[in-house]
Design a binder for this molecule. Structure first.
Ligand code: ZN
Ligand code: ZN
Ligand code: FE
Length: 752
């Protein structure tokens, strides 16, 4: 991977071992030709791998012995571009300690300079237009280095040797502060003025590494509410940025592993347990007990946070679910109605990049959203892949390109529900194809005919002769993505719990037990089918789902007016729902586990309508009384070789609890325990049937940390081994990876 200080490292190593020759970057690898004493050469090879710089990922080293040619010095040669060859591209890297020290030192020439970076840190992927990685192929080409920067750049012993984005206040990019009409705010110190505006309650759009973020004082309920109103985002949680780990500890509980993740060079948002004494207003994450927190990851953030001395909201610079804004003009146009001021700069962003989101669960990090700091670093495949493009699903979409043993899982693209996101998706596919020199021979897509990603794939049929098109079942892809996350290529019992996935029988799946490998799957069991009254409407209005369950399972008499559920609905709508169910019009059947959580959330009165995906389920999890150990009854009914989990007893028991005055907190906990028991009993039975003792858990429902903990504990206690997600998101952000691998192994591409 280029741009990570590898060649200066080689130079220093060569100097130490008194070797002569050259080192050179190509489009594919780093080549080194050295001559010297045998012992020195041997030691050089050992040190090359064992002492490489922190960001250098050495995939493999191969060495051959040749006749000496009598080199007289050691040289770093120009990069060589080779047709068809490719090299890994470094993600953007959070400011390193050495650069931060310079930025905070009044005597340093880079004191408070927002664009300070070196070979160990700074922008990479977001400024790269093509490979090999050299300044003219980045958005830094417009800035000519001053003599001092050039000297650093040319000195193999300097930390900034060949640091392509190298810059200083004399020669590099600069900040500018403007109001929402684009008029310059006259000030001697832009960052000081921006921090003053923030502490006075203004909303400031800040151009960062991968796009614009919207910022405001996270302790001011008024400012946060204003931002919500203008951004049209009533309650979906915002992330915040804090100055230091000490400050994080004031607001959240944070474990050793969580600290490591926060301070890692990827510097993701980490979801932490929110302390009740935190001064961050509840409006930042209403109804939730976790708070998304990150530390400053550019010098600009470091200085701004120190000046402001307040927790700052940092949320994507977009309106609802559009892609994050990238260019200055575009930001002023799109965000002019949201932000009061704009903190701009003149270093162009070539590729947009959201902040990554991670949690620590089961003692390891799990990515919920994989973008800044991680993409486009590939996921390793346990086999040699064909060149495949997989288009993913719909919400939280990503795509995936494969080549050799690399799966280039894209950064989080977004919800494929509008043309702006589709355009971002298409442009990013083209960028990845160019960077990694991939020409897909297979194109994989979800079986759902209405997804924009599916339509995108099918539109390629005409222009792609000789390319195979492979539709992939959504939950099959989920489970395979979990297998690949662990580098495994074998059969497992897959438990895929999510909101929506197009099933082979035309129903909406989402509570699936699948005997799965790369080549195929067998559906061994699922949650019972229930009506989804009004389709999409039932997803936005979980009370419809609850009424659907009750009508379908227990009949109209179960709709007692005293149930908290009935506050969301009048008798007229109940009649409509009943008619929809009996006629089946716009009311598909679903086995979705996400919808079951929605139904229970509405039934106990947690929430009737949602503002963002899975809100009802997330709030149901947040209230659960974790000390409660009880669970509800359910049955497993064999239907022609398929085990179906039936919930009649579960709903009867919840209604009894509600009528008996049991709190929603206890009911929520009992319900979570029940679902863990469902997984346990199904997996035990399926392990007996198949002889397979390995269970892979995947799908968006497993973002529910309580459920994930309860389920893995139950399975492990029963001596089943459990695979959960880590590097690859468990939600639909991982689906494209599964699709790519499945399509790679599909017998023969099917054109449909
Ligand atoms: Zn640095
Ligand atoms: Zn300079
Ligand atoms: Fe899914």
């Amino acid at each position: 991977m280029q741009g990570v200080g590898f060649r200066p490292f080689v130079y220093q190593l060569v100097t130490r071992h008194i070797l002569k020759g050259w080192v050179c970057n190509t489009s594919e690898d780093v080549r080194i030709d050295v001559e010297g004493e045998q012992a020195a050469l041997d030691q050089f090879l050992v040190d090359l791998e064992s002492t490489a710089p922190p960001l250098a990922h050495i995939e493999s080293v191969s060495a051959v012995i040749e006749k000496p040619v009598g080199f007289e010095s050691f040289e770093i040669l120009e990069s060589i571009s080779e047709e068809g060859k490719y090299q890994l591209v470094s993600p953007d890297v959070a400011t390193c300690p050495a650069c931060l020290e310079e930025v905070l030192s009044p005597d340093d020439r880079r004191y408070r300079y927002p664009f300070t970076n070196c070979t160990n840190c700074g922008p990479r992927f977001t400024i790269i237009e093509d490979m090999p990685y050299d300044r003219p192929k980045t958005t830094m080409r417009h800035f000519k280095m001053c003599p001092e920067c050039q000297q650093e750049y040319d000195d193999p012993l300097n930390r900034r040797f060949h640091a392509q984005p190298n810059a200083c206040p004399r020669c590099g990019p600069a900040l500018e502060l403007v109001d929402n009409k684009g008029r310059t705010v006259e000030t001697k110190d832009v960052l000081l003025e921006a921090s003053r505006l923030l502490s006075e309650g203004n909303i400031v759009a800040i151009k960062g590494l991968g796009g614009f973020l919207l910022s405001c004082d996270a302790t001011s309920e008024k400012a946060v509410r204003l931002l919500r109103e203008r951004k049209q985002r009533p309650s979906k949680p915002f992330a915040i940025m804090l100055t230091s780990l000490e400050e994080v500890e004031e607001h959240c509980q944070v474990s050793v592993l969580e600290k490591q993740l926060l301070t890692s060079h990827q510097s993701p948002i980490v979801l932490l347990k929110w302390k009740s004494e935190s001064t961050v207003t509840k409006a930042v994450a209403p109804g939730l007990k976790h708070l998304g927190v990150m530390l400053p990851y550019t010098p600009m953030h470091h200085v701004l946070l120190r000046e402001t001395a307040l927790p700052l909201v940092m949320t994507s610079g977009n309106l609802s679910e559009e892609p994050i804004a990238r260019d200055n003009d575009e930001a002023l146009r799109r965000l002019g109605g949201v932000a009061d001021y704009f903190l701009l700069h003149n270093r162009d962003i070539y590729s947009t990049y959201d902040d990554s989101v991670a949690i620590v669960e089961r003692d390891r990090p799990q990515l919920v959203r994989r973008a800044r700091g991680y993409a486009p670093y590939p996921i390793h495949l346990p086999f040699e892949a064909k060149q495949v493009l997989a288009c993913g699903a719909e919400l939280k979409d990503t795509f995936c390109l494969t080549r050799n043993d690399h799966a280039f899982l894209s950064q989080h693209i977004g919800d494929m529900e509008n043309l702006e996101t589709l355009e971002h998706f298409e442009n990013t596919i083209e960028l990845y194809k160019r960077l990694f020199r991939v020409q897909p021979e297979i194109i994989a897509y979800d079986m759902h005919p209405e997804y924009l990603s599916t339509k995108y794939a099918k539109d390629l049929v005409d222009e792609s002769s000789g390319v195979a098109f492979v539709p992939v079942q959504h939950h099959h892809a989920h489970i395979v993505s979990c297998l690949v996350d662990h580098g495994l290529q074998e059969s497992v019992i897959g438990v895929a719990f999510d909101g929506t996935g197009f099933g082979m029988d035309g129903c909406i799946w989402g509570g699936e037990f699948l005997l799965t490998d790369y080549k195929g799957f067998e559906r061994l069991g699922h949650l019972q089918y229930v009506p989804l009254p009004g389709g999409e409407t039932a997803i936005k209005k979980p009370y419809r789902m609850a009424i659907g369950y009750l009508l379908h399972i227990l009949g109209r008499d179960s709709l007692d007016d005293n149930l908290p559920l009935m506050q969301y609905v009048d008798s007229q709508e109940t009649d409509i729902i009943e008619k929809q169910i009996s006629s089946g019009i716009n009311t598909p059947l679903t086995s979705s586990c996400g919808r079951l959580f929605d139904a229970v959330a509405a039934l106990v009165g947690v929430r009737g309508q949602v503002d963002y995906e899975a809100q009802a389920a997330i709030e149901l999890e947040a209230i659960a009384d974790e000390g409660e150990g009880g669970h509800y009854p359910f049955s497993i009914i064999g239907q022609g070789g398929v085990d179906v989990v039936s919930f009649g007893e579960l709903f009867t028991a919840i209604i009894t609890d509600l009528k008996g005055g049991v709190s929603p907190e206890v009911i929520s906990a009992r319900f979570h325990n029940t679902i863990a028991q469902v997984v346990l009993r199904m997996c035990q039975s399926l392990a007996g049937r198949t002889g397979i003792n390995k269970v892979a858990l995947s799908g968006g429902v497993f973002q529910n940390r309580l459920l994930l903990r309860l389920t893995t504990a139950a399975l492990e206690a029963a001596e089943l081994s459990v695979l959960t997600h880590g590097k690859v998101p468990t939600n639909d952000g991982g689906v494209s990876l599964g699709q790519a691998v499945i399509a790679n192994f599909a017998e023969e591409g099917r054109i449909s």
